[in-house]
Design a protein around this ligand. Structure first.
Ligand code: HEC
Ligand code: HEC
Length: 187
């Protein structure tokens, strides 16, 4: 009786071991592994930063490939001529320089010319009435928050060849193509 009770106790203790051991091992592994992972990552990311910041024209990579520096970004077109839109709802592209214009939570340089109250002095086109509507169509007194970051939708252009051929046709040429002489003859 006594003997079998002791064996049962011992077995119970053995069975409980993994339950105790797992959390203990987890703690031990966690404290062991974290610093190792950190030291393994740190040099990698700083090397990537160094290469990007070095500005070298070309360099030979680890596997012997020569990496070319990308061509410089072409200058923006800043001829102040408003461009035709490809469809009525297109956000018009920006025909002037926006270099260094502050556009963040503290200041919006664009609105110093394009807001309703400034257009008299600036002669810039006013932001359109849609820019005063919130997402429910409710018209607000000031430019809506969803139209605050102008460069989300309006972008400058540069004089470059498109990477892929552009087959876009605007709606007027599609309509003209659909009924050419018939429409004219009917008139
Ligand atoms: C110093 C005043 C001024 C500032 C600042 C300014 N603009 Fe303009 N913007 C103009 C004027 C004036 C025009 C009319 C065309 C021209 O003269 O370049 C114009 C034209 C535009 C157009 C073309 C509108 C159309 O109907 O084709 C867009 C889009 C535009 N600006 C966006 C912006 C954005 C976005 C910013 C801020 C990053 C900005 N502008 C800052 C004065 C300004
Ligand atoms: C979410 C996209 C979006 C944002 C953000 C936005 N616009 Fe527009 N904008 C448009 C679209 C689309 C149009 C053309 C259709 C319309 O009027 O709504 C337009 C039209 C304009 C026009 C031409 C108005 C006219 O009547 O010819 C001006 C100027 C303009 N936006 C300036 C701005 C400025 C300045 C800001 C930042 C304060 C801004 N937009 C933010 C999408 C946007």
């Amino acid at each position: 009786m006594n003997k079998s009770f002791r064996t049962a106790l011992a077995l119970a203790a053995l069975a409980a071991l993994p339950v105790l051991a797992v959390p203990l091992a987890k703690v031990a592994l966690a404290t062991d592994k974290q610093p190792v992972a950190q030291t393994a990552q740190a040099p990698q990311s700083s090397t990537a930063r160094d290469v990007a910041a070095s500005g070298r024209p070309a360099f030979t990579g680890a596997d012997g490939l020569t990496v070319q520096e990308a061509a410089p970004i072409p200058k923006d077109v800043t001829d102040d001529r408003r461009k035709q839109r490809n469809y009525p709802e297109q956000p018009p592209v920006i025909p002037h320089s926006v270099a260094g214009y502050q556009l963040d939570l503290n200041a919006n340089k664009c609105l110093t010319c394009h807001s309703r109250e400034m257009t008299g002095d600036s002669q810039a086109p006013m932001v359109s009435v849609t820019h005063f509507q919130d997402r429910d169509g409710q018209v607000l007194g000031a430019v809506s928050a969803r139209r605050y970051f102008c460069l989300q939708c309006h972008v400058p252009q540069s004089d470059v060849q498109p990477r892929v051929p552009n087959l876009f046709q605007d709606v007027d040429s599609v309509i003209r193509g659909a009924h050419p002489p018939a429409a004219k003859g009917g008139k």
